[in-house]
Design a protein around this ligand. Sequence first.
Ligand SMILES: Nc1ncnc2c1ncn2[C@@H]1O[C@H](COP(=O)(O)OP(=O)(O)OP(=O)(O)O)[C@@H](O)[C@H]1O
Length: 488
Amino acid sequence: MLTIRNVAGGYNGHKIVKDLSFQVHEGEFFGILGPNGSGKTTLLKMISGILPLIEGSIHLKDQLLSTYPPKELATIIAVLPQLTGESFSYTVEEVVVLGRYAHQKGLFQSMSSEDERIIEEAMAQTGILSFRHKSLMELSGGEQQRVFLAQALAQQPKVLLLDEPTNHLDLTYQKELLDLIKKMTKQNRLTVISVFHDINLTALYCDRLLLLDQGELDRMGLPNEVIKEEMIQRVYSTKVNKHYHPSIPKPQIALIPESIPENALMILNENYLRQEGEYLVYESPIPLKTMSSAVINPGVGWFQSFVNRHVDKNYNCENHFEEMSQYLVEKGFLLESTVGMMTAVKMEDAIWKFVEGTGFSLFIVVTAGVGNAVDVSRGTDHSSNYIPGTINIWIFINGDLSEEAYIQAIATATEAKVKSLHDMKIMDPLTGTIATGTSTDSILIAATQNGEKLQYAGSIAPLGQLIGTYVYQCTKKAIEKSIERKSK
Ligand SMILES: Nc1ncnc2c1ncn2[C@@H]1O[C@H](COP(=O)(O)OP(=O)(O)OP(=O)(O)O)[C@@H](O)[C@H]1O
C-alpha cells in the first residue's frame, strides 16, 4: 500500500528523519515507536503529505504521493492528529461531517443519503451519538479523541494515520478504540500507521513495528523482534524487564523503578517461621517472588505470608478453595498477600533446615504424609479423587533467581523428593510398586530477588546442589516422623 524509499525530512532544510526505507501492506496495523524527539510525528507528517520530503520517495499504491491532487489524497489518507488543548466551537456532528467533505462531488456540494449513513455509522462505532449536538469544547479529552476518530472514519480512508491515538483515553476507551481500529484492518483492509508511546499497547495491537532512534531506523519487525529488553533499554536509556502477556502470546515491557534497598541485611531463615495450632506460617518481612502449586494464590506472584494448614484426612474437599480462603481471612491473613496450602500431616512433624551456599542461602520446610502415595508411572490405575495427605515442600531463597532457576528448582526438589521415597521404599498401596509422590503434593519456591544472581538450579548448579541434598534429607526425616506418629 505504501512504499517509503530512502526518505529524509525535517524543518528548514534540517533533516530530522534520515534515510528511512520500509513498506506498509494493505490491512496492516503498523506501529511507530521511539523516544521523545526521535522523529515519529515528523515521519507521520511526511507520510500524510503535510511535510515535503528532503530526500527519497513515498509511493501510495504505486503512485508518487506528491502527485496526488489534495482532494483525492484526502479520500485515501485520513489523519487523526495528536490531541492538543485547542478546541473549537463546532458541534460533534459538524466535526464528523467535515470528514465527508473530500467525498462530495459537483459544484453545489451537498450531503447524499449515503454520506449521512456513513456519518451515523462512524458516530455509532465510536460511541459519540449521545453527544452529537454538544459543542466540542464541552467534551473531555477522551471524548474529543473519539470525535476526531469518527471524523477520520467518516472519510472512509484506505490509510489511517494516528499520532498517539490513546492519549487522554482511559483504559476502557484505549481498548475499545484499538479493538475497533484492529477490526477495521481485518474486516475493511484498512491500513493503519500509528505512533505510540505505550510500548505494551503497541505490542498488543500492531502487526509490525518500527523503532526510531534519533530519526533513524533502529529496528523493524514483528513485536517479538522489536520489543527486546536490550533494544528498549538502549534506545530509551531506561532499565526494563520483558515478559509475556499472561493470556496472549505478546511481549510486554515492565519499567523498573530505581530501587531503594530495604531490609538488605534480612535473611530468610527460621526466625520467620512459627506454628499456630494447626497451621504453620512463614511471615517474610518483604514480599517474595513466588512460584507455587498452592491452593490459595498459586502460580507466580509476590507474596509475604505462607500458610501450611493441617486438615483432617476426612476433610470435605469439594469447595476447598472457598473454605480455605475463609479460613485464612478468619485467621487474620490478607488474602492478596498470602499463599495457602493444606495437608493431613500434623504440623508438629514438619522438618526445616537453613543452609548456606556461596553468596546465597535457603530455608527449606517440608511436611510429608504418604497415606495416599502414588507411583506416577501408574497414575491411570488411580481414581482422581482429591485426598489430603501430601508432601508439601517450601523453599525460601536469599538470592536473585532467573525464570529458568525457578523452574529448575521445582524440578530438582521434585527429583529429590522422588529419590527419598525411592530410598525409603514407600509403596503405592494400589499398585504395589514404589511411589514417586502423593496425589496432591505441593511445592513452593519463594525468593527475595536480592543479592546473588542465581541463573541455574539444576542438580549440579550451586543452588540445585543444596536443594537436592537438603530437600532429600528433609523429606526423608518428615516421612519418618509421620510414619512414627501413625505407628504409635
Ligand atoms: N515545526 C517544527 N519546526 C522545527 N523543528 C521541529 C518542528 N516540529 C518538530 N521539530 C523538531 O523535530 C524533532 C523531532 O520531533 P517529532 O515531533 O517528530 O518527534 P517525536 O518522536 O514525535 O516526539 P514526541 O514523542 O515528543 O512526540 C524534535 O527535535 C523537534 O524539536
